[in-house]
Design a protein around this ligand. Structure first.
Ligand code: NOJ
Ligand code: NOJ
Length: 714
């Protein structure tokens, strides 16, 4: 009887194991995912009933010859291809903006009709576009897609574009709707829902005021400092969370009001599990706003698409520049970005030519794919890459980088490589959480090592098309032994033998890396102490749930501490813990995990906010005189205000001065709190000048937005 019960129990355990979701990791620990970017209109036409809806008829081109009209792809189409995506090892899809878009045709310069098939002209952020869902703009098809994706272990990220509504000088003239009810429009903007400034142009692209407050390509620029717009956009994001989305790719983060975005992120994380990353377009780490970009990524709760690395990837694999280009970006960003493993890395996207238009060489594409999937950051593959999709008209830039998906072949080399490396990413924490170190480099060869405690992945790439290289003097942290290629020779990889050395430098026997080869070797350690690799979000007020990713937490619940304070545990598994931010004084805390056996993990910094964040516009009039390179900053009494920091990265700013000598900026500060603050000048040489007098004081409203207007105290 006992035996029978035991075997019944075993069967039950087995059943529950197999019926569990394929992987149930939370979105706030996104580092193990592989993202696939889809332009919904160009992926697959799953339903013909929505191809030419009556409220926006005539925007569909069945012949697919006008590249700027709708071609029929929809949410049902993505749903029908979910197993194709799952089979590739895709664990998250980023879909183009699904919200109700511009209903009218706007002719281009030559009089040809154009439509907002890409989704970046939202008219109603609370409804689903009729070309993608159904002709009543309901959520049904969206919900069906989310359900199917989740059942297949795939997370859903939506592209969210809160910077603007539709074009301001044609079509619907920016008209914005709240679930079908007109809120306002740009041409008769009596409520001040929009900024009415010229287009960003010329040197304005590098000007902090213009990038945030001027108009992006004639798109009606929403005024997020208006409580109605602030509330509308946050409610829309929350509606998508209620409909099951796991994350947001935030469009044009450089062009939204930076300080407001901190409160958007906080609003999303306060509501539930999510992952956020933004599009901060920049060419490289010498961009004039590069410093602003990493300050933003380090503090806002919004990670970024890694544009500097994208440029280097395209240069090295596309234009055959030296591997030092990639190595330099990895190392520069490594010192600047606190949460570098959350950066989203990519080879190409819908705003640039596809890789094969740049260099029509599948070997190089495979090398770039393998690099993206094994280097630091969360890899994102643009739809069709695995089918070698490209159209080179006009150099293959927009709109020719958005062809209709032509095949769904699961046997391509690219499809197989993505699958294998996605599996490795899930199984070896070195890829998700590990450091990245260069181990051997010349113009054509790059050998780098990812390492997370005892877990190691070593990758060797030779991009030379004809010449193999003899690799001697290579050291690794892989323990002594022999290692086979994780790509099983798919890209001409081979086995290596590692000998015993010292100090993490074990010598590898000399070997020849063939032409256009990628080889991947890996090691996972046995039992060890708890290891934290990820926190998400990285800041939050008391009550916000924090996901801790890592390994060796054990199956029995232990403890999580913020500094010395023990937190409430919401869930616990050996690789993922959810804990609640405790009610402690605002500030930075070292977060640690102690397993049930008493072993303590490494610590990771978490910022406890004072309260939920409210965006406040601070203006200081007639500030102390400045010279070129000097800026006015805000600093004050809570962690949100920098805790009286006087450094460029610690204080809030730099402020903006469209009306010199008056300066302003939006800062997200704690709801309901009475804050103390002052303005300071940080001169180009770092010298700090404080305004005189006593501290300014302000009680932050508990909801909406707010405005502070004071004079610099002399
Ligand atoms: C960046 C998007 O990626 C691009 O495709 C779009 O046109 C602009 N933002 C405006 O939303
Ligand atoms: C704050 C407003 O929101 C912004 O639009 C305006 O340009 C500045 N104040 C002017 O100082």
């Amino acid at each position: 009887m006992r035996k029978l019960l035991q075997s019944l129990l075993n069967v039950l355990v087995l059943i529950s194991l197999f019926s569990a979701p394929i992987h149930s990791t939370l979105a706030s620990d996104f580092k193990r995912e592989v993202i696939y970017q889809i332009i919904t209109d160009r992926f697959f036409d799953g339903s013909s009933t929505n191809n030419n809806p009556s409220q926006s008829s005539g925007l569909y081109d069945a012949t697919k010859t006008n590249w700027r009209e709708y071609w029929g792809g929809d949410l049902a189409g993505i749903q029908q291809k979910i197993s194709y995506l799952a089979g590739m090892g895709v664990t998250a899809i980023w879909i183009s903006p699904p919200v109700d878009n511009l209903n009218t045709n706007i002719p281009d310069g030559s009089g040809n009709p154009t439509a907002s098939y890409h989704g970046y002209q939202g008219r109603d952020f609370k409804r689903i576009e009729e070309h993608f869902g159904n002709t009543s703009n309901t959520w049904t098809d969206f919900d069906n897609l989310v359900t199917a994706a989740h059942q297949n272990g795939i997370k859903i990220i939506i592209d969210f574009a809160p910077n603007h509504s539709t074009q301001d000088n044609a079509g619907e003239f920016g008209a914005l709707y709240d679930n079908g009810v007109l809120l306002g429009n740009y041409t008769n903007d009596t409520n001040g829902y929009f900024h009415h400034n010229p287009n960003i142009s010329g040197s304005g692209w590098d000007d902090r005021y213009q990038v945030q407050y001027y108009t992006l390509f004639d798109l009606a620029d929403l005024n997020q400092e208006h409580a109605t717009i602030d509330g509308y956009l946050k409610a829309a994001a929350q509606l998508f969370q209620q409909h099951g989305v796991d994350g947001f790719r935030i469009d044009a983060v450089k062009h939204l009001t930076w300080g407001w975005e901190y409160s958007l992120a906080n609003s999303i994380y306060s509501y539930g599990d999510s992952f956020l990353f933004g599009e901060w377009y920049q060419g490289n780490t010498s961009d004039p706003l590069y410093h602003d970009s990493y300050k933003f990524a380090n503090k806002s709760g919004i990670s970024l698409l890694d544009f500097p690395l994208n440029t280097a990837i395209r240069n090295v694999f596309g234009s055959n520049t030296n591997f030092s280009d990639i190595d330099a970006v990895i190392s520069q960003e490594g010192t600047n970005f606190t949460w570098k493993e959350d950066l989203v890395t990519f080879i190409d996207n819908h705003d640039m030519s596809r890789f094969l238009s740049l260099n029509n060489n599948n070997n190089r594409l495979h090398e770039a794919i393998a690099f993206t999937l094994t280097s630091r950051g969360i890899p994102c593959i643009y739809y069709g890459t695995e089918q070698y999709l490209h159209n080179d008209t006009g150099g293959g830039t927009d709109p020719y980088n958005r062809p209709m998906m032509a095949a769904f072949d699961t046997n391509t080399t690219a499809y197989q490589v993505i699958n294998k490396l996605s599996t490795l990413r899930r199984n070896n924490t070195a890829l998700a959480y590990g450091s990245m170190a260069q181990r051997w480099i010349n113009n054509d060869v790059y050998i780098y090592e990812r390492k997370f405690f005892g877990n190691v992945v070593l990758v060797a790439i030779n991009k030379n098309e004809t010449t193999g290289y003899s690799i001697s003097g290579l050291n690794t942290s892989l323990p002594p032994g022999s290692y086979s290629d994780q790509l099983t020779g798919t890209l001409a990889g081979l086995s290596i033998t590692v000998n015993s050395g010292s100090g993490g430098n074990n010598p590898v026997n000399t070997f020849t890396l063939p032409a256009h080869a990628v080889s991947v070797w890996q090691f996972t350690e046995g039992s060890a102490s708890p290891q934290i690799g990820s926190l998400g979000p990285t800041s939050g007020q008391s009550g916000v749930k924090v996901t801790i990713g890592g390994k060796n937490f054990g199956t029995t619940t232990g403890t999580v501490k913020f500094g010395t304070t023990t937190a409430t545990i919401n869930s616990w598994s050996s690789t993922q813990i959810v804990a609640t931010t405790p009610a402690v004084t605002n500030g930075n805390y070292n977060l640690t995990v102690t397993n049930s056996g008493g072993q303590v993990s490494n610590g990771i910094q978490y910022t406890v906010l004072t309260a939920k964040l409210i965006p406040i516009t601070f203006t200081v009039n007639n500030a102390t005189p400045t010279q070129t390179g000097d800026y006015i900053f805000l600093t004050g009494s809570t962690v949100e205000l920098g805790n009286w920091s006087t450094t460029w990265d610690g204080a809030v700013g730099p402020m903006l001065t469209p009306n010199y000598p008056n300066w302003f900026l939006v800062a997200s500060v704690p709801a309901g709190q009475t804050i103390q603050f002052k303005f300071i000048k940080i001169a180009a040489n770092g010298a700090v000048t404080w305004e005189a007098g006593s501290n300014h004081q302000y009680t932050v409203p508990t909801s909406g937005t707010g405005f502070v207007n004071v004079n610099w105290q002399y």
